[in-house]
Design a protein around this ligand. Structure first.
Ligand SMILES: CC(C)(COP(=O)(O)OP(=O)(O)OC[C@H]1O[C@@H](n2cnc3c(N)ncnc32)[C@H](O)[C@@H]1OP(=O)(O)O)[C@@H](O)C(=O)NCCC(=O)NCCS
Length: 170
């Protein structure tokens, strides 16, 4: 049996989601945001976007601590309204490599398949150096679609490309 469950995020999760993202943001090479860029507004926006056609999920350990979070927004322009975009996923470093990220994505994909209006595409960007994340996303069915050259400028001044990945749902 797994020692965590995945469920929709609620307003009561806000403080724990903020702390989780700050902890993961402090780990080099993962999230785009620096810890100080993870704000209460950022967390509130993710929850509000989920109520507006997106998805916001948390993974909770059996002892009630949040060990992972995923959020994604629905695009608003009509021709793109079947697209979930701007996806972010963060798993507590103490929990990484234990199936939490995979479980969050599986629930996201199941949820997306039953949403109205229908979702036809989920897209994300990941740093080119984050090959672990890319491997995970490919296993989940995402395909590499392109490369955005020099999109990320890291705190030490080096420049990183972003990899564009998409999953088509039928
Ligand atoms: C990437 C991430 C969401 C994956 O979640 P997870 O719960 O660790 O992943 P799972 O246990 O379900 O799956 C394991 C796979 O995830 C990837 N992975 C595991 N730890 C990782 C890490 N620290 N960083 C990046 N990818 C990782 C690997 O592909 C691994 O498979 P492998 O064992 O064959 O190498 C999570 O590790 C994380 O939050 N990393 C830091 C932030 C980040 O990179 N976010 C994604 C930005 S696009």
């Amino acid at each position: 049996m797994r020692d965590f469950t995945v469920r929709p995020a609620t307003a009561d999760d806000a403080a724990a989601v903020l702390a989780l993202h700050r902890k993961v943001a402090a780990q080099p090479g993962g999230l785009a945001r620096q810890p100080e860029e993870v704000t209460a507004d950022y967390v509130a926006h993710a929850l509000a976007a989920s109520a507006d056609g997106g998805v916001n999920l948390v993974a909770e350990s059996v002892d009630g601590a949040l060990c992972g979070e995923l959020h994604v927004e629905r695009m608003k322009v009509a021709i793109f309204a079947h697209v979930l975009t701007d996806l972010t996923v963060a798993v507590d470093p103490d929990w990484q490599g234990r199936g939490v990220g995979s479980a969050l994505f599986r629930v996201l994909i199941d949820t997306a398949r039953s949403m109205t209006p229908p979702v036809g595409r989920i897209e994300l960007w990941t740093g080119a150096a984050n090959t672990g994340a890319q491997r995970l996303y490919e296993r989940l069915g995402f395909r590499i679609e392109g490369r955005m050259i020099g999109r990320g400028r890291l705190p030490d001044g080096t420049v990183d490309d972003d990899i564009v990945m998409g999953l088509l749902l039928d």
